[in-house]
Design a protein around this ligand. Structure first.
Ligand code: SF4
Length: 428
């Protein structure tokens, strides 16, 4: 087990084994479920929490409420925020006497331990694609390219916005845009028709701190095409995606999106035009399919309606609209991914897996992106009224079950470039 003292220094405690958490249940984490801490990951010290370890001799969970180093000082739990392309299988085992006024910031808190001179985390690499691997980013080159582009496209507000995302927020998608490769972002919407508990770009006073500012303007189709067309023409494994962490819901700008996709496709047929979305507006999706949209990634915290509605708190749409948009894309032969927010204990419950299987059976699905849910687990489970519903398969167990039920279903972390497949799907 690892813990931090009150000043934030991290130590291992050999007397206790590493523990993890699934839902609200603490459990030991075995070596076979661990991987070395991926490069580029971060370690967080969690204020107001106490670490929980596993006493192997008596097979009991132990809350460490004082600094084992003596002096009766406070201790804190430690969590890992693991790098993109890795999916967590257990959350950090921490105990709180009471919920603080504000929940922890919007990050995924993955179980971490120490063994043989290094940190290990409960997770697995869910996507071999290296597009956002830490060592892929030459920061000097990114800075030079970004500044050059900002100067050249000073009249394109979207380029100016993405320049800030690249240089200030360090957004991997924005960095890849200025490196002319892989997936580039096309944020368009300052507004949204949902009020997700864990919205990264807009939070109430008493909510967790939002991790990035929302775009404040709606770009024109010309500005959107000014970003997308050069990227699709020359980028390696080119994808451009509406729907980013720094915006609301892109379907709220359906006319801009439709006209942008038509303009883009009138100038370049290469690459993939993708939409990351809450899929709330089937009417808008019909227009986008007609305009030439290639793929859609639908974000969901849970496929179970009660947890979905409690989390998204939709305004003017419902869970069935989301499934309707999904059906429209599949019936049009387009590519659909489910962006499933993984929280160990909830995501891998058999009730979740069976409901997901029902929907896939009815509608079809190409890919599940296994994204870690960036949220305070206590606050989240309390807020959605979570109730333990029985058997859990483990996150990797869930993948195994779904692969068996749907052999053609893919698993990953990123929006794939559809390449030649794109033209075939557009019936060209
Ligand atoms: S759908 Fe996206 S932008 Fe809208 S509230 Fe949820 S996380 Fe925020």
């Amino acid at each position: 087990m690892v813990y931090a003292d009150e000043s934030g220094e991290i130590y291992d405690l050999p007397d206790l084994g590493m523990a993890g958490r699934s839902g609200r249940l603490f459990h030991p984490v075995e070596l076979k479920d661990l991987i070395p801490l991926p490069e580029g990951s971060e370690l967080f010290v969690l204020p107001g929490t106490m670490p929980v370890g596993w006493d192997q001799d008596v097979d009991e969970m132990v809350v460490v409420d004082q600094d084992p180093g003596g002096g009766g000082k406070a201790v804190q739990a430690v969590a890992a925020f693991i790098s993109p392309a890795y999916t967590q299988t257990a959350s950090t085992a921490f105990y709180r006497e009471e919920m603080p006024e504000r929940p922890l910031p919007l990050f995924a808190y993955t179980a971490v331990g120490w063994w043989n001179g290094r940190f290990y985390v409960a997770g697995f690499r869910s996507d071999p694609d290296t597009r956002q691997d830490f060592r892929q980013f030459d920061l000097d080159l990114i800075r030079r390219n970004t500044l050059k582009r900002l100067k050249r496209d000073r009249d394109n507000r979207l380029i100016q916005h993405l320049g800030r995302c690249s240089l200030t927020y360090g957004c991997p998608a924005a960095k890849n845009l200025f490196l002319n490769r892989y997936e580039a972002p096309l944020p368009t919407s300052p507004v949204c028709n949902a009020r997700c508990l864990g919205c990264l770009s807009l939070q109430p006073e008493d909510g967790p701190p939002a991790t990035q500012d929302r775009i404040t303007f709606v770009p024109t189709p010309r500005e959107v095409a000014g970003v997308a067309v050069p990227h699709l023409k020359r980028a390696k494994r080119a994808v451009v995606s509406f729907g980013q962490g720094c915006e609301g819901e892109p379907l709220m700008q359906d006319e801009v999106l439709e006209n942008s996709v038509r303009l883009i496709r009138s100038r370049v047929s290469r690459g993939t035009v993708n939409l990351n979305s809450n899929a709330s507006r089937p009417d808008a999706v019909i227009k986008l399919v007609d305009a030439g949209l290639d793929s859609m990634r639908i974000s969901m915290n849970s496929i179970r309606e009660k947890y979905y509605t409690a989390y998204y708190r939709p305004k003017g749409y419902s869970y069935s609209d989301v499934l309707e948009s999904w059906r429209i894309m599949k019936e049009a032969g387009r590519y659909v991914s489910l962006n499933l927010f993984v929280l160990p204990g909830l995501t891998d419950e058999m009730a979740e897996i069976d409901r997901l299987s029902e929907v896939i059976e009815q509608t079809g699905l190409d890919l599940i992106q296994l994204r870690n849910h960036n949220i305070d687990p206590d606050w989240y489970l309390d807020s959605i009224g979570y109730e333990y519903s029985g058997m859990r398969a483990g996150v990797q167990g869930m993948v195994k079950i779904l692969k068996k039920r749907f052999p053609r279903l893919k698993f990953g972390y990123f929006n794939p470039p559809l390449g030649q497949d794109t033209n075939r799907r557009r019936g060209r």
